[in-house]
Design a protein around this ligand. Structure first.
Ligand code: ADP
Ligand code: MG
Length: 353
């Protein structure tokens, strides 16, 4: 079987890589030559020579493929190669491939019993095999679609974990279905994501699809209101690429305006708007002040949580809770509570993204 020689400046790096290779191709012999003889970072031709010798012995005539971490290792390698016999030299291939991917792919090829030239070709080809995952931009940052998906998954988990609390809040001043309603809707969104049934690469179309799903599954006042809000926010966001903070601020403002219009409500009436309006304002103010997406979302979540708590002493004048009149006072509005959960999920998704 073809052996692999890893040449690098750091022995730790090479040992770690050897352990990675052992996971996928444990039977392939791997010799490493890293660091200098006095223990510094660097390469030394005597240690490369002994690694080559060991690898040639292990390969029993099948050949050796060498990979290097940095170009400056070529000089030490050249000196080590000069000390091999012509017969040994003829069995060695030096690959320009990237160290990690090249070594892993070469080992997989070697473990199948491939010829030394094929193993070297696998290592060489590794240079072109790396691409950014779909939905990622060249900056290495997740695209807007990625952010939106992470948000909705986290939001669904938070709604699921809080469905009893939301139900209890709604039971106090409504009919007790808010937690169950939202859980049903967000679970449907996650199911759509898992099935690959939602347009997910760009945030706009994705949020529109989320809004449609919520409208079709949540029911109640909140189904119509949140559904409309997501559809409006999605319609506002243009195509792919990164989600810009200013665009996100406008989308949030538009979503909140859509809820106010559909519900014919404004802040102070003990509804979700008491969380959402201060949140959208805080988001916009943060962005105008130069904050990035994650910071703006954090401040918006703070404002939403404060707004939700501030609904406790309010008298409900919209929705089912308004039927209770004065008795609605003293309870947190369930819709404001769920809005705060959604915004905190957005902030947390952005903070870890
Ligand atoms: P339902 O009241 O139909 O049972 P949910 O329990 O799912 O629906 O949602 C109740 C929440 O919806 C309320 O706590 C409130 O925040 C919000 N809501 C209800 N009516 C309105 C309205 N007209 N405008 C804004 N928000 C409203
Ligand atoms: Mg209800």
């Amino acid at each position: 079987m073809v052996s692999i020689v890893l040449v690098g400046h750091s022995p730790e790096l090479l040992r770690g890589l050897r352990a990675m290779i052992a996971q996928s191709s444990g039977q392939v012999p791997v010799a490493i030559a890293g660091g200098t003889s006095i223990g510094n970072l660097g390469t030394s031709s005597p240690s490369i020579r002994s690694a080559l010798k060991a690898a040639l012995a292990a390969a029993t005539g099948d050949g050796v493929v060498v990979l290097l971490d940095l170009g400056s290792a070529f000089l030490a390698l050249e000196m080590a190669l000069e000390e091999l016999s012509p017969a040994e030299r003829a069995l060695v291939r030096v690959s320009p491939g990237p160290l990690v991917e090249g070594a892993v792919l070469a080992a997989i090829e070697a473990s199948s019993g491939a010829h030394v030239d094929q193993v070297a070709a696998a290592a060489d080809a590794a240079a072109s095999s790396r691409k950014l995952p779909e939905g990622w931009t060249e900056t290495g940052l997740p695209s807007g679609g990625e952010v939106a998906r992470a948000w909705l998954r986290l939001a669904a988990a938070r709604i699921a974990a809080n469905r009893v609390r939301l139900g209890d809040l709604d039971a106090a001043i409504g009919d007790g279905d808010h937690g169950i309603n939202l859980h049903r809707g967000f679970a449907a969104v996650v199911a759509g994501l898992d099935a690959g049934a939602l347009p997910e690469s760009a945030p706009g179309p994705f949020l529109v699809a989320v809004g449609r799903t919520l409208t079709g599954t949540v029911g109640g006042a909140s189904g119509a209101l949140y559904g409309r809000a997501f559809m409006r926010a999605g319609a506002r966001l243009a195509g792919g690429g990164r989600l810009e903070a200013t665009a996100a601020a406008s989308a949030l403002a538009e979503a909140v305006a859509a809820i106010a219009a559909l519900g014919r409500a404004r802040p102070g009436e003990k509804t979700m708007l008491d969380a959402l309006v201060p949140a959208a304002d805080a988001f916009r103010a943060a962005v105008d002040g130069g904050a990035g997406l994650a910071r703006a979302a954090e401040l918006a979540a703070d404002a939403a949580e404060a707004g939700a708590r501030a609904t406790i002493p309010l008298l409900a004048t919209k929705g089912r809770a308004s039927y209770l009149g004065e008795r609605s006072i003293g309870h947190e509005d369930p819709g404001a509570a769920s809005s705060a959960l959604l915004l905190r999920a957005l902030a947390d998704a952005l903070a870890s993204g």
